[in-house]
Design a protein around this ligand. Sequence first.
Ligand SMILES: *Cc1c(COP(=O)(O)O)cnc(C)c1O
Length: 362
Amino acid sequence: MIPYGRQSIDEDDIAAVVDVLRGDWLTQGPAIERFEGAVAEHTGARHAVAFSSGTAALHGAAWAAGLGPGDTVVTSPLTFMASANCARYVGARPALVDIDPSTWNLDLARVPAGTDAVVAVHYAGLPVDLANPGWSERPRVVIEDAAHALGAMNPDGPVGNCAHSDMCCFSFHPVKPVTSGEGGMVTTNDDDLAERLRSFRSHCMVRQPDRGAWVYEISDVGYNYRMTDLQAALGASQMTKLDLFIARRNEIADRYREMLADLPVGLPPAAPEGFRHGYHLFPITVADRRRVFGELRAADIGVQVHYVPIHHHPLSSDTGIQPGDLPSCDALYERLISLPCFPGLTAAHQEAVVRALESATQ
Ligand SMILES: *Cc1c(COP(=O)(O)O)cnc(C)c1O
């Protein structure tokens, strides 16, 4: 089966992890600082704070921003549930607005005035244009869910520089742009937010050296959301290949666009002038998706659907939004299917995918 996504691990990655095993720190140690430093350097953000997963990073961001009961947090309906759950984790109310059919990202112009926070998901790796949001009023808190978009670029710099947001969250799950096995990170330019994020991932313990070397104080409910040094060593090693990975994903996407030009399929929105797409996914649209999905799977092509929209899950009854209420997202979902797209996908694999698609759409 050719999977829709897969990690690319080389001997340097393996050596970096083995080195940690021979050293003194297994959990949060010097490799965490290296990985955080590499992500801060790549994005240009002042701070990068590692977490045990992208989901934990989103939880940390929602908490650090002070979101809680009574707050409304708008996100995209076309995402993984974690983007909405970060609101629920802190007792805030998740809300949804429809996608923009020209980008497949949430339509920021639809974010209602009075919204407390927005979680902007860069779907498939195409950055949401936060410099030109078109909203009537900027929410108090702007968090980017950049799980798909490490290595993608806005006209004013890399995704994660937080030029137009308070915090930006990444995931290092194996299918994401770079991996640490499991892992996440939050970037921010705000010193207070960075301190809150660091405290939250480690039980909100605050050392009190003036009162004794052993004294620490806990005033909030924190978690153990620490990343291990084993994971961070892998992540730091992977960061040295990020630009190659993204270039390779863009090559694969360009080739799909050529190869699929004459097939009865819809192509994903391309990056506008000045943007660089991350191509975490290469989602296309097809008529009769159920049949095409089945035929591709039968041909050993590991297609997937990203995503069952947020408002189609029973959990989202708390948003008051039902299937059919967000027409652009609902119409897209009916036809959506993700083709394999990852740095190690060979030309022969890609031809096999296109052949199978050709026969399934005839
Ligand atoms: C993968 C993903 C997450 C969650 O990241 P994990 O590291 O798996 O916890 C959140 N949001 C989006 C859009 C994702 O794709």
